[in-house]
Each structure stands twice: as C-alpha cells, then as structure tokens.
Design a binder for this molecule. Structure first.
Ligand SMILES: Nc1ncnc2c1ncn2[C@@H]1O[C@H](COP(=O)(O)OP(=O)(O)O)[C@@H](O)[C@H]1O
Ligand SMILES: [Mg+2]
Length: 370
C-alpha cells in the first residue's frame, strides 16, 4: 500500500498541509514540538479513524478552529482510494471513502493499513495486559472483517452480561444470566480460537525477526486460562470454557462482573525463555517491541498480499547503527516508509533517494538533496 498524497486542514498544529510522497522512503525531520508526530497521527487517522494517542477526537482540531479535515489518497492493490475524515468540536466525525459516507466505523477498517512503530510500543511489553490485547485486536480487526464483527458483538454481549451480574449481586439469581449464556459462549470461543491460531503464526514471525536483529530467541504465547498450550477443537474448547465458567460463576456473582473471557486475555512474551515484562532490560524490551511490530508487518502482508505503510516515529534515535541499518534494509524500497527524527544526519545516510521534508511550526518544506 502507498500513501500518495496527504491533505490536512486544522489537524493539531498543522493548519494547511498538502504533500505528495515518495513510494520508498520519506523522512520528516525537525526540532521537537514542530508537528512530525502530528503528521504521522493524521496518516494513522486516515487508516483507522482513530488517533494512536488515546485522546478524544476533538483534541485533534487546531486550538483556534472548530473543525478539522484529513484527506488521504492511497494506492492499495493498484487501486486508488480516497479516504476523508472531518472532525467536529462536539467530538463527532464524518468518514468518507471515495466520496461515499461511511456510517459504521467498522466498515472503514481495513481499507488502508499502516503499521506504526513508536516509543510508546514499549508498553506492549511492559504495560498491563490491555496494551497487548489492543496490539492483537487492532491487527486482527484490520486484517479480518469476521473477527472485527465478532469482537464488536462480543463486547456488546459482555456489557449486557455484566449489567445482569451487577443486578444479581445480592440475589445470585442465576437464571437471569441464561438468555446470554449461549451467545456469550459462542462469541468468546470464536475470538479465543482466532487469537490462538494467529498468535502461533505471529510467534514464528516475531521469533525470526528477533533472531535476525538481536541473535536472541523471542517467543510469544497466548495466555488464557482455558488454553493450556495445545489447540482445542471448537467443541472441546466450548466444553473447557463452560467448565471453567461454572468454577468462577459464584465469584462473578459476588463481584458483579465477568471474570472469564477473551477480555481478560494476555500475551506472554519471552526472550531466551525469560519473561520480558518482569525481567528483561529496557533495551531488550525495546527490541522485543520492534520484533513484534515487524511480525505485524509480515502478518499483514501474509493476509492482505500487500505491505502496510510503515510509520516509524522517533524509533531510530534509540537504536544503534547496526540495528538501524538492518531495520532499514528489511523494508527499503519494498515498503513505503515514513521516518521521523530530529537529526537528519542520523537518518539520511540510510537511503540516498529518500524524499525529505523539514517540519517546522506545522509546515512541511521539501528539502533539497546535497
Ligand atoms: N489541537 C492542537 N492545536 C494546535 N496545536 C496542537 C494541538 N495539539 C497539539 N499541538 C501542538 O503540537 C505540537 C507537538 O507536535 P508533535 O507532532 O507531537 O511534535 P514533534 O515534531 O516533536 O513530533 C505541540 O507544540 C503542541 O502544542
Ligand atoms: Mg514526535
């Protein structure tokens, strides 16, 4: 996939931007707080209609404006598509794909995929399980509509089940849960099966990347109380899940919320058989996060038969020269890549034919090659 052109108005500190990009490497450099990450955020927004910065949409609008617009012309599978999103002050937005209004957010997902590497990726390794579930869910939702639909349904049923559990906290009236039982079981198991299968694929990919870049052994494993390593067939899985559910039901009614299900899943990440979250150095954690992102890119390619667009925000400053060179060699030319950094001399030698933009006060000025 390629981002051909980005046009944004009043997005954060970028008042008016209209740039065309290189199919290979693009470098955005400039001092801190000039708008480099904001530009990548705008690109990410045209892919997911969400910010990666965990913020309300209305915060994306320039302080002095009351609406913002991002517009991306992309090339996917040799077809040009135009994604456009308008953001309004009341935290609402309007999404268009090829000038058609998209009413359901889910219908927008998967058309144009970007892979973002950023310093906050460290949280995938050292943060709480929700960071790892988010990593998996964004990846699987973008590459599998069926998963996306099931996850939305699951979240809805989980919410309803929790409401019932809260209501029967004192009475322990189990029959109230019955209308949700079947649906909850089916959806939970569907999601668990997909996660277990896909994590196994990601594990192989991440392991290979990690060996290549670090000469260490990285492995990831699905962490779920019903799965104990081996894959289960649908029927066995449902039986095992129901059995566990019976065991926790009393506690669920005591606490008033659902204790068992994919909303509590985790990913165990090991380097040389040592649990990274608790025992690895900061440098190892960072390398593990990069390997997971590389696996993500390869996974997207294996499913979509196309590479996503890569956004590398500030990741180069923290890598040594050898890893930097290896990382860039992995993707150069095959994958459209955007790299941000403050020091051009650190990035530019990596690719002489990159398109370079200097970012200053929300403006992008093309840089002439020496
Ligand atoms: N809604 C907004 N309106 C105007 N400016 C904003 C908004 N949100 C963030 N900014 C400004 O954007 C700048 C940070 O941009 P960023 O892209 O993160 O910088 P960097 O170039 O270091 O990556 C800050 O100066 C911040 O004040
Ligand atoms: Mg930044």
């Amino acid at each position: 996939m390629n981002l051909i052109r980005l046009n944004t108005i009043n997005f954060r500190n970028i008042i008016d931007l209209d740039i065309q990009f290189n199919n290979g490497l693009n470098i955005l450099y400039g001092n801190n707080a000039q708008g480099k990450t904001n530009i990548l955020e705008a690109m990410y927004f045209t892919s997911t209609a969400k910010s990666f910065r965990n913020t309300h949409d209305e915060n994306l609008i320039h302080f002095s404006a009351d609406q913002a617009k991002v517009n991306a012309l992309v090339d996917t599978n040799s077809m040009q598509k135009e994604a456009c999103i308008k953001i309004f002050k009341n935290d609402s937005k309007k999404i268009y794909l090829n000038n058609n209004v998209i009413n359901r957010h889910a219908d927008f997902i998967g058309h144009f995929i970007v892979s973002l590497f950023c310093p906050e990726d460290l949280m995938i390794i050292k943060g709480d399980p929700s960071f790892r579930r988010r990593f998996l869910d964004i990846l699987f939702c973008q590459t599998d509509k069926w998963y996306l639909d099931n996850l939305i349904k699951y979240q809805r049923v989980l919410k309803q089940r929790n409401t019932v559990l809260k209501r029967i906290k004192n009475t322990h009236e189990q029959t109230w849960l019955e209308p949700w039982n079947d649906q909850y079981l089916q959806l939970a198991c569907t999601i668990m099966e997909k996660r277990s299968r896909s994590i196994r694929i990601l594990n192989e990919m991440a392991g290979r990347w990690h060996k290549r870049l670090n000469r260490e052994h990285l492995s990831i494993a699905y962490h779920n109380p019903v799965y104990t390593g081996e894959d289960l067939f649908a029927e066995e899985l449902q039986k095992a899940f129901q059995k566990r559910q019976q065991q926790v039901l009393h506690e669920e009614m005591e606490k008033g919320f659902t204790l068992l299900g994919p909303h509590r899943d985790d990913l165990d990440i090991y380097i040389d058989a040592i649990h990274t979250r608790h025992f690895s150095s900061q440098g190892q954690k960072r390398s593990a996060a990069i390997s997971l992102r590389l696996a993500e890119v390869e996974y997207i390619h294996s499913v979509m038969h196309e590479y996503p667009v890569l956004l590398l925000d500030d990741v180069f400053s923290e890598l040594d020269a050898e890893r930097k060179n290896k990382l860039i060699a992995v993707f150069d030319r095959k994958v459209q890549t955007f790299i941000t950094g403050t020091d051009l001399s650190q990035i530019h030698p990596l690719s002489q034919d990159a398109a370079i933009f200097k970012i200053q006060e929300g403006k992008a000025v093309p840089h002439k090659h020496d």
